[in-house]
Structure formats: structure tokens, C-alpha cells
Write a protein that binds this ligand. Structure first.
Ligand code: NI
Length: 225
């Protein structure tokens, strides 16, 4: 399932973050790519120990762990600390992300079940730069408003189209989910959304208790903790 999570940051917050990022100390993006993807990668990144990157990443994660749609869709177990990139000319050819990511200066490893990109540039600020994802239901071309995020299974083949004008600032990261399989997460997400809707529309309906229980019993079958 490919999902848009809108307004992770407000317009005002996004503007502030973008201004800070525009002043940042950008470096060659190939440092975080694996051997094979390094050949396909051409962009700028913030160093993983860059204090600005660290500060924005903290704010993102704090926001996301309180975000009901993100929590429902990703069912996160742990998150690889967000990275930041800037495409001004380059592209990033088709690839599938590495299955496991080692967190810098830590013994922690994250299995990449979900990939996320949070946009900090608005679509009209640059040409090209679409994130093209081969989804179960075909090819999706993603270019969201600044402050919006796309969440998609890390098993998907994807690429970033060449940027031909302007700059595309974004953050990208990976999530290890409590539920490994995309199909199971999708079922749980859809069921949770329906339960939330019913809770708003018919809060006293007795079947809500049963449905909520069934959600948790399904989750219990599939969860890995
Ligand atoms: Ni990728």
C-alpha cells in the first residue's frame, strides 16, 4: 500500500525547516548508498551527524509517533533516523532499498519494511524529481506538497526522476514494522480506518466492541515484538 500522509508539518513549520536546510552543509550523497546503488545515485545529503539534520529528524519522529494515520498504517517498531537529501540536477535510478540498515555509532539494526519520503519543497519549486514507485497496482508518480509524506513498502522498485530546474529538498527514512507483511498491514490499516469512522458516526453501536476486538486479535496473530 502506498499512502499519503498529509501535513506532517504545517506550512509555517515547513517554511522554517526549508530555510534552515537551504543554509545547510550539503555533501555528496553517495556516502550512504550501497555499492550497487552508488552507481545510480547522484544527489546531495546532510551528514548523519550534522546537528541540523539531527534536530529536524527529532522533530519529525516526535510528530510521527503522535500521528494517528502514520501509527495505524506503519505500526512502527523502530525507525532508522531520518536522512536529508537535495537534488538540484542528479537523479537516483531504479533500485530496491537495502533490507537492513545499521544505525550509525550503534549496535541497532533496522529491517526496512516501509520507506518514507517527507517533502520540504513544493512541486512548483522544481521540475522533475518525481518519486516513481512500482506498486502492486502499477506505477505511481509521487510529487507531494511540502510538509506531506509518502509511505510505501520497502520491497518496491523505485527511482527519483532527474531534477531539471530548482532544488528538491526532502527527508527519507525507513521503518521496521511490528507487522512485517505489507498485505497484513494494509488489512489492519483499512479495518482501523473503518473502526475510527464508525466510532465517529455511531459511537454507541455495540458491534464496535466486537470489531475492535477482532482488530486486536488479528494484530496479535501477526505482530512481532
Ligand atoms: Ni530508495
Amino acid at each position: 500500500m502506498l499512502l499519503r500522509i498529509a501535513n506532517v508539518f504545517s506550512r509555517e513549520e515547513t517554511d522554517r525547516i526549508r530555510s534552515a536546510l537551504e543554509q545547510a552543509d550539503w555533501q555528496d550523497g553517495r556516502v550512504t548508498a550501497g555499492y550497487q546503488s552508488a552507481k545510480a545515485k547522484y544527489n546531495l545529503q546532510l551528514a548523519e551527524d550534522d546537528p541540523l539534520a539531527h534536530e529536524i529528524a527529532e522533530a519529525m519522529l516526535q510528530r510521527l509517533w503522535q500521528h494517528p494515520q502514520f501509527m495505524s498504517a506503519a505500526l512502527p517498531s523502530k525507525v532508522f533516523p531520518p536522512l536529508f537529501n537535495c537534488y538540484t540536477a542528479g537523479e537516483f535510478g531504479y533500485h530496491i532499498d537495502n533490507a537492513v540498515r545499521q544505525v550509525r555509532n550503534s549496535a541497532e539494526r533496522v529491517r526496512t519494511d516501509l520507506s518514507a519520503t517527507l517533502f520540504f519543497s513544493d512541486p512548483e519549486e522544481y521540475d522533475g524529481g518525481e518519486l516513481v514507485i512500482h506498486d502492486t497496482y502499477g506505477t505511481q508518480r509521487v510529487k507531494f506538497a511540502a510538509g506531506d509524506m509518502v509511505l510505501y513498502p520497502s520491497t518496491s522498485l523505485h527511482k527519483v526522476e532527474p531534477v531539471t530546474r530548482g532544488a528538491r529538498l526532502a527527508s527519507f527514512f525507513w521503518i521496521q514494522s511490528l507487522v512485517r507483511e505489507d498485505a497484513q498491514r494494509t488489512l489492519l490499516y483499512e479495518m482501523d480506518q473503518a473502526i475510527q469512522q464508525l466510532t465517529a458516526d455511531v459511537p454507541e453501536h455495540p458491534s464496535l466492541v466486537q470489531l475492535t476486538g477482532t482488530y486486536h486479535n488479528l494484530l496479535r496473530r501477526w505482530v512481532e515484538v
